[in-house]
Write a protein that binds this ligand. Structure first.
Ligand code: FE2
Length: 206
């Protein structure tokens, strides 16, 4: 089964003024699309064609012969998740369960925002910043290039793309300003809460 480019869950202009229509058009229609097309082309040269995206990521991550497939499949997963992690400004409210977990594990919402931004700014080169759940606790994680929590056996709850193509049109080289706009205005907290509920119910069932 070939991978498919998902539609954005909002209009191209829905995240303005924090992410422009031009950025979303380039980021989704050019960059993400290119990862999907490259992954599909590379997939035909393997025995993984009938595997899920997550299985392809985990298998190719362990195989040095499949590095290009891993990079493109993981970037497809990362971008698909990134679109879902955002909501038009003013439309998301943090559910109390997640708010309490942030208090308990990361020192509260404002401390989380500060640390998430600092982690994203500190990363050298291209990559991603994540909120993950690991052994029942929330943690902030950063990864380089295409690396992601599923490849590392972790569960992602939130991500922000810190490749330059994510912010250069709107913020030029100011990654910190972009990250602050993301944590203050764009996070889809209902999506984070849904992923958290899923992860904790799976953990209880295990
Ligand atoms: Fe990107």
């Amino acid at each position: 089964m070939a991978f498919e480019l998902p539609s954005l869950p909002y209009g191209y202009d829905a995240l303005q003024p924090f992410i422009s229509k031009e950025t979303l058009e380039y980021h989704h229609d050019k960059h993400h699309k290119a990862y999907v097309e490259a992954a599909n082309k590379l997939l035909t040269e393997t025995a993984l064609e009938n595997k899920s995206l997550e299985d392809v990521i985990r298998t190719s991550h362990r195989d040095p012969k499949l590095t290009k497939l891993y990079d493109n499949a993981a970037q497809h997963w990362n971008h698909s998740e990134f679109w879902l992690c955002m909501k038009p400004p003013g439309h998301s409210h943090i559910p109390s369960d997640i708010s309490k977990r942030l208090d308990a594990d990361l020192g509260g919402l404002e401390k989380f925002k500060k640390d998430f931004v600092a982690q994203g700014v500190a990363d050298f080169g291209s990559g991603w910043v994540w909120l993950i759940i690991d052994s029942g606790r929330l943690k902030i994680l950063s990864t380089s290039n295409a690396d992601n929590p599923p490849a590392l056996g972790k569960t992602a709850l939130l991500t922000c793309d810190v490749w330059e193509h994510a912010y250069y049109i709107d913020y030029r080289n100011d990654r910190e300003k972009f990250l602050k706009a993301f944590v203050d205005n764009l996070i889809n907290w209902e999506h984070v809460a849904a992923l958290y509920d899923k992860a904790t119910s799976q953990r209880r069932a295990a």
